[in-house]
Ligand binder design. Structure first.
Ligand SMILES: [Zn+2]
Length: 242
């Protein structure tokens, strides 16, 4: 099981390299504390105010938002397919501005920029690219199962697709796949999707295809409501260390 430890180190090292290499937009790294980062985004949101397209009207701020989204606890799943960002008043508390992401399938979702994004940490690029690669399988599952009901509580609202948290949590599939392929060089440079999410480059097609196939064979997907999904136990890497 030493492989796991070594792989983790490799990922950390490649990530550092990437940070240097892919720093074309690194305006938020100058904020050394969470409170200064939070103040910066509070000022941006107040300055922009209600806006239906940050991408076209505030391109620099659009990149800042894409950058801070990387710290969100549901990154990248929540953000895959992002094409634009808008700001509008909270429908319940009318004096509060809310940041929304707009996706290429027309979905609109709110993002807690000033809380979740500020306190979170960015994830490693390899894991993000692996998430992006299997999104078509998640969409396919969603499209093939029209009855949306939570497997655990029977709820019909706010249904999400879960990598079965007990049998095949995403992090387990990720760790197992990496350790099976530990003898080969892992991808360490990436492209960006339209929404500035890391994805695989063409030279890593082989690795990506292998992963997509592995995920198709092993992942057990199910529907859970947001509440049940959020309260599932988190898979811990140290389960693998014995
Ligand atoms: Zn439920």
């Amino acid at each position: 099981m030493n492989n796991i430890i070594e792989d983790t180190e490799i990922i950390i090292t490649t990530k550092k390299k990437n940070d240097v290499k892919n720093c074309e937009h690194d305006r938020i790294s100058k904020f050394k504390t969470q409170s200064s980062l939070k103040n910066y985004f509070r000022e941006i949101i107040d300055k922009i105010g209600v806006c239906d397209s940050i991408q076209s009207k505030y391109p620099n701020e659009f990149l800042d938002f894409c950058e801070v989204f990387k710290r969100h606890s549901d990154y990248p799943e929540k953000f895959i397919g992002l094409t634009d960002i808008k700001i509008n008043y909270n429908p319940e508390f009318k004096n509060q501005l809310v940041v929304y992401i707009i996706k290429n399938n027309g979905e609109i979702d709110n993002v807690s920029v000033l809380n979740n994004c500020i306190s979170g940490k960015p994830k490693d690029y390899l894991k993000i690219a692996m998430r992006v690669s299997i999104q078509p399988q998640i969409d396919e599952y969603k499209n093939n199962n029209h009855i949306r009901v939570c497997e655990l509580c029977g709820e019909h609202n706010r249904i999400e697709i879960d990598h079965h948290s007990v049998k095949t949590p995403f992090n387990k599939l990720y760790n197992d796949f990496i350790s099976i392929n530990s003898s080969q060089k892992l991808p360490n440079t990436f492209d960006d999707t339209q929404g500035h999410i890391k994805c695989f480059r063409e030279i890593d097609n082989n690795f990506q295809e292998k992963w997509i196939e592995y995920h198709k064979e092993n992942a057990i997907l199910r529907m859970l409501c947001r509440a049940c999904n959020g309260s599932q136990p988190k898979y811990k890497i140290n389960k693998l260390l014995y």
